[in-house]
Design a binder for this molecule. Structure first.
Ligand code: FES
Ligand code: FES
Length: 174
């Protein structure tokens, strides 16, 4: 067997990893060259994370890795062993939308919806760290998430509105 055949066999062999996916311990096996985006969509059956440019330029594929937004098209899935991944599928609590999802819907911040999952995860990471961001901070945080429909105004409005709702809920439960 030559070196090329060896390499071909190595690439076809699957790797298996364990990770926390939306709070649940999860095992998954996949071809070792796959990105996190591919594994989420193709091996874990979670198509909510969108497949856009695959070049790190559009933000459609953003998910949270250990609470930090990453472009899943640029992350090798094998690097996620033992780590925590949050995707848009983990945002709602049963039938109850996350305040960010509800606000984007109510305020027209989601139109074709293609950018929405990445936008939601990026905004969640911001509000987890900064419960009361300025509009400028919101714009800065979502600068890598391209939206071709809304002009961004409604998205910033929605993130501000969700931040208010989350702060009110926090105060009510304190
Ligand atoms: S698909 Fe990952 S940044 Fe565009
Ligand atoms: S709602 Fe269409 S790309 Fe943002």
């Amino acid at each position: 067997m030559n070196a090329g055949q060896d390499k071909g066999i190595a690439l076809r062999r699957k790797v298996q990893i364990e990770l926390q996916l939306n709070g649940e311990p999860t095992e998954v096996s996949f071809a070792p060259y796959k990105t996190l985006l591919e594994v989420l969509r193709e091996d874990l059956g979670l198509p909510g994370t969108k497949h856009g440019c695959e070049l790190g330029e559009c933000g459609a594929c953003a998910v949270l890795l250990d609470g930090v937004p990453v472009l899943s098209c640029l992350v090798l899935a094998v690097e996620c062993a033992g780590r925590s991944i949050e995707t848009v599928e983990g945002l709602a609590r049963g039938p109850e939308l996350h305040p960010l999802q509800a606000a984007l819907t109510d305020l027209g911040g989601s139109q074709c919806g293609y950018c929405t999952p990445g936008m939601l995860m990026t905004a969640k990471a911001l509000l987890d760290r900064e419960p009361n961001p300025s509009r400028e901070r919101i714009r800065e945080a979502i600068a890598g998430n391209i939206c071709r429909c809304t002009g961004y105004q409604q998205i910033v409005d929605a993130i501000e509105s969700a931040a208010r709702e989350l702060r009110a809920a926090d105060e009510a439960s304190a």
